[in-house]
Write a protein that binds this ligand. Structure first.
Ligand code: GAR
Length: 187
């Protein structure tokens, strides 16, 4: 049985989809969710599933020794970023080599890099007149959105899309694909 830790900063719909997917799995379980925001929606969603969440301050994420000891104490095999908006520091990347993955709401390398998250990505995609967007699941390295790509899937951008309607289509794709990709990685 593999142990997953999810890092999340926001609403937590992906974290919830992943936690539900593995609830009765004999392959893996979501052991803990770590956040950098006490007020993020992810806490209620995850606690409702009986999974603990913890919040660490900006300085604690930067220093990352408390994060590392929490992950070690929980015997974590894979770190899954799901809308996590803090930098992952080098000691953490080195301790979990090729065992940290992220989901990004565009077809990388397009619309990635610093400052490209959530609605900023969808605004940029719509402004550029793209006919297609999608999701990318990739390994986390020191380069923002730059690690090796594991999986991509696309969806249309409709002429009347707003950042909200596109985000909703992207979220559906993420919820359908992220848990499957995690399972494939852990098998
Ligand atoms: C997701 O769409 C995820 O791809 C994106 O934030 C959203 C989080 O939603 N991540 C990034 O933009 C990272 N660069 P959620 O909190 O409902 O899972």
């Amino acid at each position: 049985m593999k142990n997953i830790a999810i890092f999340a900063s926001g609403d937590g719909s992906n974290a919830e989809a992943i936690a539900k997917y593995f609830k009765n799995s004999d392959i893996a379980c979501v052991k803990i969710v770590l956040s950098n925001r006490q007020k993020a929606g992810v806490h209620d969603r995850i606690k409702a599933l009986g999974i603990p969440t913890l919040t660490f301050s900006k300085d604690e994420w930067k220093d990352c020794s408390k994060i590392l000891s929490t992950l070690q104490k929980n015997d974590i095999d894979l770190i899954v970023l799901a809308g996590f908006l803090c930098m992952i520091e080098t000691p953490l990347i080195n301790a979990f080599k090729a065992r940290i993955i992220n989901i990004h709401p565009s077809l990388l390398p397009k619309y990635g890099g610093p400052g490209m998250w959530g609605h900023h990505v969808h605004d940029a995609v719509i402004s550029a007149g793209e006919k297609e967007s999608g999701i990318t699941i990739h390994y986390v390295t020191e380069e923002v959105d730059g690690g090796e790509i594991i999986f991509q899937d696309s969806c249309p951008v409709k002429p009347d899309d707003t950042a909200e309607t596109l985000a909703s289509r992207i979220h559906s794709l993420e919820h359908a694909q992220y848990p499957n990709v995690i399972e494939q990685l852990l098998r």
